[in-house]
Design a protein around this ligand. Structure first.
Ligand SMILES: Nc1ncnc2c1ncn2[C@@H]1O[C@H](COP(=O)(O)OP(=O)(O)OP(=O)(O)O)[C@@H](O)[C@H]1O
Length: 584
């Protein structure tokens, strides 16, 4: 499999702009490198008394020309590079998000939202900073150093003197090779700890209401504090190393300058080089110190961003566990029944099966109830029907097709799934209900809301269907949220509907009313009801009773009551519970 090269691909796709920027910055620096020579000539003419008023004006104009050209050319180059950096940020974030949408539920059960946010924020920013700042400085500095070296070599400064003066600088590549891997390793630890911090922050914020009711804020603070401490420790280790690295480069630069002044000064006193050459040489070496320092800083930042880039490329290389086969087909479910044949299933990475040898068939247009104690495998069965997890081949069929051979679109658009905890987005109630098709008319939205028995509550809100919901629909009660989510499922009018304990948070009267409406509107359509409360499923054509991942009973409500098994027991407990709850 070809590894993802997010940055390389991006830079290659924008190479003409990068070339223009590099040329612009290079030209600016080549022009800039001419100025020590000019000052050297000026010094020599000054010393020899050849300087005239006209020459001074000429020199001044030339210096002005160098300054303006350098300023303009580098400004254009830098603008282009910065712009490309920002664009990279946009492209990378978009690509990451697109990729996130392709990953499976299994991926999300292993990676917290906070951690994923850290990729989108911290890692992308680290790469952007390094390419914007890095490209700029690397081009700037390399070209400046190269042009200084070339100009020096073509000047009348003796070659041996140049070699002696730049010798200390030759240690820089050695430092780079030594420090680079360690900086990268420490940067990776920093990025990972940042990811853990955002993950922890997300969890703490998510659970803040629960924490408040238990008055355990100090525990939350301590938990979050631990992640921040870890970042601090990793950051400090990185800063210590990178500061040492960055400090050693100017140190070598200063050492070079000392050699220049000492050796060059000695040769000037002994008239082996001219004063002009000495001034020019000192300026050349001085001009190289800043770019060298910059290169050091860039190498440092680049190592950090390489760590981020590796993290992102690794993430982009991850594939969804659920993939469509090449010959996947679309099928119309309107007259297709559901068949489950000998289905056994263990979650990925787990040894124990949570479903054992499940078999049932549900004809098109009929209704099925699934009941069982908590943890008996009801939701797992639904996740397999929707291919949120992959069932073993040949075990789940819709019509004559194994669902693993269907396109995911065909499967998921024709099944309306209403979970117990329907997530509501921070948008209007209308958009939440018409989530499947935003263009749905208000009439359709109102109809679905009426069927889900939520329209009277919505009518009380000032903006009715245009009422905005806060994060996770906090302005709605649990029962209202559940019914809004139910309306979202009903509006799809799908051939198959799965209700996973979708009326658990409503009172018995509303539950009855919803069930009656549902029976009417879905009379000819396949519907699967999962419930804890038997009152929610007793109307269906067939009920299966799950216990520890096995079907232990099946039949209609009446038959199951007569069997006097687990179902009858559950019913008795629930009826006893409700008779205790309801005063006689
Ligand atoms: N993502 C997962 N990874 C591993 N095990 C899981 C996962 N999701 C559920 N399980 C396990 O599978 C078993 C069945 O869970 P499932 O959610 O299907 O039960 P359920 O009957 O729907 O329960 P409830 O009525 O409480 O919703 C449980 O033991 C649960 O711990």
């Amino acid at each position: 499999m070809k590894a993802t090269r997010l940055l390389t691909d991006y830079v290659l796709s924008k190479w003409p702009i990068y070339i223009v920027a590099a040329l612009s910055i290079s030209c600016g620096n080549i022009i800039q490198s001419y100025y020590p020579k000019l000052l050297g000539l000026f010094t020599d003419q000054l010393q020899q008394g050849e300087l005239t008023k006209t020459l001074i004006i000429d020199y001044s104009l030339e210096l002005l020309g160098i300054g303006v050209s350098f300023g303009l050319l580098t400004a254009v180059g830098q603008y282009l590079i910065m712009r490309m950096g920002r664009r990279f940020e946009y492209v990378a974030r978009k690509r990451l998000f697109d990729h996130f949408t392709t990953l499976s539920a299994e991926f999300y059960s292993k990676h917290g939202v906070g951690k994923l946010l850290s990729y989108v924020m911290n890692d992308v920013t680290a790469i952007r900073e390094s390419i914007s700042m890095g490209f700029n400085h690397i081009i700037n500095s390399t070209i400046l150093i190269l042009s200084v070296v070339v100009t020096m070599l073509f000047s009348s400064i003796p070659f041996y003197l140049i070699i002696c003066c730049v010798f200390p600088l030759l240690f820089i590549p050695y430092l780079v090779v030594r420090f680079r891997p360690v900086i990268k390793k420490r940067s990776l630890l920093v990025q990972e700890s940042l990811g853990k911090m955002t993950e922890s922050a997300e969890e703490q914020f998510g659970g803040i209401r629960v924490a408040k009711t238990f008055a355990v804020e100090p525990i939350m603070i301590a938990r979050f504090g631990e992640t921040v401490d870890r970042i601090r420790d990793h950051q400090l280790r990185l800063v210590r190393l990178s500061s040492l690295f960055e400090a050693m480069i100017p140190f070598l630069g200063a050492f070079s300058l000392i050699v220049t002044i000492a050796f060059g000064g000695y040769l000037t006193i002994h008239q082996q080089i001219s004063l002009g050459n000495f001034v020019a040489l000192t300026l050349y070496i001085r001009m190289m110190v800043n770019p060298l320092q910059q290169i050091g800083r860039v190498i440092n930042t680049m190592q950090r961003s390489r760590a981020s880039l590796e993290r992102i490329n690794h993430l982009l290389d991850m594939k969804s566990d659920i993939v469509e086969i090449e010959q996947a087909v679309s099928s119309d479910f309107n007259s297709s029944g559901i068949q489950v044949r000998g289905l056994s299933f263990a979650y990925p990475g787990e040894e124990d099966e949570v479903l054992h040898n499940i078999s049932f068939s549900l004809q098109a247009g009929k209704s099925l109830g699934i009941v069982g104690k908590t943890g008996s495998g009801k939701s797992t069965l639904v996740k397999l029907l929707l291919r949120i997890y992959d069932p073993p081949a040949g075990t789940v069929w819709i019509g004559d097709t194994d669902i693993r051979e269907l396109t995911l679109e065909s499967l998921r658009t024709q099944i309306a799934y209403v979970p117990q905890e329907g997530f509501l987005f921070s948008t209007t109630i209308r958009d939440n209900i018409a989530f499947f098709r935003r263009s749905s008319s208000l009439d359709l939205v109102e109809k679905a809301a009426r069927q889900a028995q939520i329209s009277s509550s919505i009518a009380l809100f000032p903006d009715k269907f245009e009422t905005k919901l806060g994060e996770r629909g906090v302005t709605l009660s649990g029962g209202q949220r559940q019914r809004t989510s139910l309306a979202r499922g009903l509006i799809k009018e799908s051939p198959i509907m799965i209700l996973d304990d979708s009326v658990s948070a409503v009172d018995s009267v509303t539950e009855k009313s919803i069930i009656d409406t549902m029976r009417r509107v879905r009379a000819q359509k396949t519907t699967i009801w999962i419930a804890h409360r038997i009152s929610a499923i007793k109307h269906v054509d067939e009920i299966i009773v799950l216990d520890q991942g096995r079907i232990v009973e099946r039949g209609s409500h009446r038959e199951l009551v007569q069997q006097k098994g687990l179902y009858a027991k559950l019913l008795a407990i629930q009826e006893e519970g409700s008779s205790i709850a309801e005063p006689t």
